[in-house]
Write a new protein. Structure first.
Length: 205
């Protein structure tokens, strides 16, 4: 399977090494705002979390600094170099593994996750690839699927072309989510111009 969705991250690795730029987020403030939304939409203390597309392990670091005592955290990323960096950070109850979970969805079951997160991971994928991946993650998690993406429903001045990233239609992804769960939350209020969206899907207990 072609892994073109990783090309932009490989290019960023060449440019930035393991510095923040490899994540392709604009800055740490906007990255952490997205992470905060995850903590607001889903109760994460005591949970087994799998972060698909974890890059340098910044979500785990954010949760620790916010006092979110997760039970375990597994990060998976397609770039072995950022995984090596994440493992060297020595984050408690966290482990990181290199692997392409698009090509091998079985990786999404690593650690028997209750919660699976995607933060920015879908932005370099076409809809078919993204929805297939989300479906595999929905099957693999026992409680909650959380994912964010750049929204096409932004105000006009934030609809510019984004280079390797692309905007997704939130109505399409909400429809996909609601066909699978009645427990769905949607937010697009955490940036002024609404250019980013987050969806939470919960399973019945």
């Amino acid at each position: 399977m072609p892994d073109h969705y990783l090309d932009a991250y490989r290019d960023a690795q060449d440019d930035f090494g393991n510095d923040f730029g490899v994540t392709l987020w604009a800055n740490t403030k906007s990255q952490q705002r997205r992470f905060k939304v995850f903590t607001q939409m889903c109760y994460l203390p005591g949970k087994r979390i799998l972060d698909a597309g974890c890059s340098r392990g910044d979500l785990a670091d954010f949760l620790i600094k916010q006092g979110v005592a997760y039970e375990s955290y597994v990060g998976i990323d397609g770039l072995s170099e950022v995984i090596d960096y994440a493992n060297r950070r020595g984050l408690p109850r966290a482990e990181f593994h290199a692997g392409d979970f698009v090509a091998d969805p079985k990786l999404l079951s690593f650690g028997n996750p209750q919660v699976i997160t995607f933060s920015g991971t879908l932005n370099t994928m076409d809809d078919k690839t993204a929805m297939k991946l989300l479906g595999a993650a929905w099957d693999a998690c026992s409680e909650t699927l959380l994912f964010n993406f750049l929204s096409i429903r932004a105000t006009t001045d934030r609809r510019e072309e984004l280079g390797p990233a692309r905007r997704l239609d939130p109505l399409k992804y909400l429809d996909w989510a609601m066909k699978r769960s009645p427990n769905v939350q949607y937010r697009q209020d955490y940036f002024k111009r609404g250019h980013d969206a987050t969806i939470m899907m919960g399973k019945a207990r």
